[in-house]
Design a protein around this ligand. Structure first.
Ligand code: ADP
Ligand code: MG
Length: 247
């Protein structure tokens, strides 16, 4: 199976805390993978290292055939802009510019020309055509997150990482965003990796990776929400909390 990103023996520490403990994992192309686990188990650190937003203490992170961990910060940023999209729980749109400007900003920073046909398809798919000239503050949370998803996809990355993308949304908006992420994989052949606390959300993915104490402790293929809830309650209390601060 072809992988969009692979981590080999990746360790990331913060002082005495081992946030990632010799993690080896590949994220498969064209699949929707959920990441679950108790609060503090290393899910965000895993995504940040896999997306080359963060650099491990040791181990390799292969993106686009290159070890991101050994690049200068400038080269790592270039690699990230080309190959990786990232969606944050808090949307992270810039408030002073329009939705359209937000969506194309990473491309423009990378010196790349936006592809109007691709962007048009994405904007129509997420239903934001009539919101392009609004500021983010004029949009609902669900609309802002859909704009952030378009921004993440604008450069046609190999993979989109999403860290609790539905964590700040009401149930209906969350369901829309999950449906959208699934469509990106099914219809557009994208690869998506999503952290979630919600077993029902994870059940929309193809595979679920379970973390505990900085390690990947399980890889489940097509689990039901019930399977996941049971697995997480085995691991301790954190797994079923509905809200967790974004890091
Ligand atoms: P999760 O996303 O599963 O809740 P994180 O990856 O955010 O877990 O954190 C894993 C561990 O690393 C936790 O113990 C957390 O407190 C610690 N950690 C993460 N980021 C930092 C940071 N920037 N500074 C210090 N400790 C951190
Ligand atoms: Mg986290």
């Amino acid at each position: 199976m072809s992988h969009v990103v692979t981590l080999d023996q990746v360790t990331r520490t913060y002082g005495d805390v081992v946030a990632l403990d010799e993690v080896t994992i590949g994220f498969p192309r064209g699949r929707f993978v959920a990441v679950m686990g108790p609060s503090g188990s290393g899910k965000s650190t895993l995504l940040h290292c896999a997306a080359a937003l963060d650099v491990p203490d040791s181990g390799t992170v292969t993106i686009g055939g290159v070890d991101a961990a050994r690049l200068s910060e400038t080269r790592r940023t270039e690699l990230r802009r080309k190959h990786v999209g990232f969606v944050f729980q808090a949307y992270n749109l810039l408030p002073a510019i329009t939705v359209e400007q937000n969506i194309t900003l990473p491309l423009r920073l990378a010196g790349a020309r936006p592809d109007p046909e691709w962007l048009g398809e994405l904007v129509d798919r997420v239903g934001l055509r009539d919101r392009l000239h609004h500021r983010p503050g004029e949009l609902s949370g669900g609309q802002q997150q859909r704009a952030a998803i378009v921004r993440a996809l604008a450069a046609r990355p190999d993979v989109v990482f999403a860290d609790e993308p539905t964590g700040a949304l009401d149930l209906r908006s969350a369901a829309e965003v999950l449906g959208l992420l699934r469509e990106l994989v099914d219809d557009l052949g994208q690869s998506v990796v999503m952290v979630t606390h919600d077993p029902a959300a994870a059940a929309r993915a193809h595979d679920t990776l379970v973390m505990a104490d900085g390690k990947v402790v399980d890889l489940l293929n097509g689990p039901s929400a019930g399977d996941l809830a049971a697995r997480l309650s085995d691991l301790g209390s954190g797994g079923l909390r509905l809200v967790e601060g974004a890091r």
